[in-house]
Write a protein that binds this ligand. Structure first.
Ligand SMILES: Cc1ncc(COP(=O)(O)O)c(C=O)c1O
Length: 384
């Protein structure tokens, strides 16, 4: 029996190696900062999702330190036992008031939140519609749940409208800002189509909250009517980790009974809730961080617009399309030699033939770091 597993594992790893698809983890010193060290060398970090530069900000660090002194480090239980505190309740109020929902439930990650919602809500006989490029957490839940799942063409409202004609209970899900492409869905159109068809609508705002919308209110700022379910994650623009599902009171009551990732998982700590609450306030009030992102984006665009590989986006996610796996690895390595750290994204994360660098900007970057990256990318792309 063990032999069968050993052979399977060995074969799968060999296949990944042969096709330049092997993934590995690198231990970094302060990989959550705009500049970090690896093996004694300094790098500009174009790989993190810390879009607003909060992860290592003094304000958030001090707030977290104080909260740890006040409330300890762990929550010690799931929310339904003793893991839900007054500090979680304050965070819930801050989020629901800001984003205009009745209720919120917290999860340890966006991955868990997405899976919990899909598994708890969808049953046999239902239809789940997803944008073709939705995140793996959503796709996997859709494939494993009891409902039928159909994927509509990326950001294609016509295709979605066509699929929404089915005569069964339906739920549709889209990301707001797509994680690997940096483009923004027509969220107002999405919510309207769902409402017209009587389908439940869900938006995964992992990469939108904090970055797009008025005062960084994300998807909410891009829609005239609220989606039924909004997932926000705290591991990107908030500089922390965890996630919230925002919804109606009755939906919250339902998920509290039936969302297994909620019921059977340790809550994040009260200190963590305090830090997320501070991050909400920083996002709302520190507009300069979003302005900085616009400035850095303009520098990047000005240098690279028109160069092969360049993709224009209105978000800090800047995909650099390469195509072949081996080419993207070579480009990533060349940039590393020049002290710019980017991430090579390969299938199955993105479709075959669309391997790319996922370059992300952060308000913590200095303009000269972005200029240098853009200059080197241009040089490599033009083969000089
Ligand atoms: C669109 C999207 N949704 C959900 C997640 C999962 O969030 P978390 O990292 O909090 O598990 C990610 C993570 O990268 C994401 O990009």
């Amino acid at each position: 029996m063990t032999l069968a597993f050993n052979q399977r594992i060995h074969k799968a790893l060999e296949e990944r190696k042969q096709s330049d698809l092997l993934r590995s983890v690198i231990a970094l010193e302060r990989g959550n900062q705009a500049v970090f060290q690896n093996n004694g060398k300094w790098f500009d970090n174009f790989s993190s999702n810390d879009y607003l530069g909060l992860a290592a900000s003094d304000e958030l660090k001090l707030c977290y330190q104080q909260a740890v002194s006040d409330y300890g480090v762990g929550s010690a239980a799931s929310p339904l036992v003793t893991g839900y505190s007054n500090q979680h309740q304050s965070l819930e109020s801050a989020l629901t008031e800001w984003l205009g929902y009745d209720s919120a439930l917290f999860f340890s990650s966006g991955f868990a939140a997405n899976q919990a919602v899909v598994f708890a809500l969808l049953q046999k006989g239902d239809l789940l519609l997803q944008d073709k490029l939705n995140h793996a957490s959503l796709m996997e839940a859709g494939m494993l749940c009891d409902a039928e799942m159909k994927r509509y063409r990326h950001c294609n409202q016509g295709h979605l409208a066509q699929l929404l004609q089915a005569d069964k209970p339906m739920m549709a899900v889209t990301e707001s800002v797509f994680s690997m492409d940096g483009d923004i869905a027509d969220l107002d159109g999405f919510v309207s189509l769902c409402k017209q068809a009587g389908a439940l609508s869900m938006i995964d705002d992992a990469h939108g909250i904090g970055v797009i919308g008025e005062q960084g209110n994300g998807a909410v700022g891009m829609t005239s009517k609220r989606a039924d379910i909004l997932v926000v994650t705290f591991g990107k623009a908030f500089g922390l980790n965890g996630a919230a599902v925002l919804c109606s009171r009755e939906m919250k009551d339902y998920l509290t009974q039936f969302a297994r990732h909620y019921v059977y998982s340790t809550a994040f700590s009260a200190a963590h809730a305090v830090a997320i609450t501070r991050a909400v306030a920083m996002i709302q009030t520190q507009q300069w961080r979003r302005e900085m992102l616009i400035e850095l984006g303009a520098i990047y665009d000005e240098t690279l617009n028109g160069t092969a590989g360049f993709v224009a986006t209105k978000t800090p996610i800047k995909p650099w399309l390469v195509g072949e796996e081996s080419d993207v690895l070579a480009l990533c390595a060349a940039l590393k030699r020049e002290q710019s750290w980017t991430t090579a994204i390969r299938p199955p994360t993105v479709p075959k033939g669309s391997a790319r660098l996922r370059i992300t900007l952060s308000a913590a970057h200095e303009a000269k770091a972005v200029q240098k990256l853009a200059f080197n990318l241009k040089r490599h792309s033009e083969g000089c």
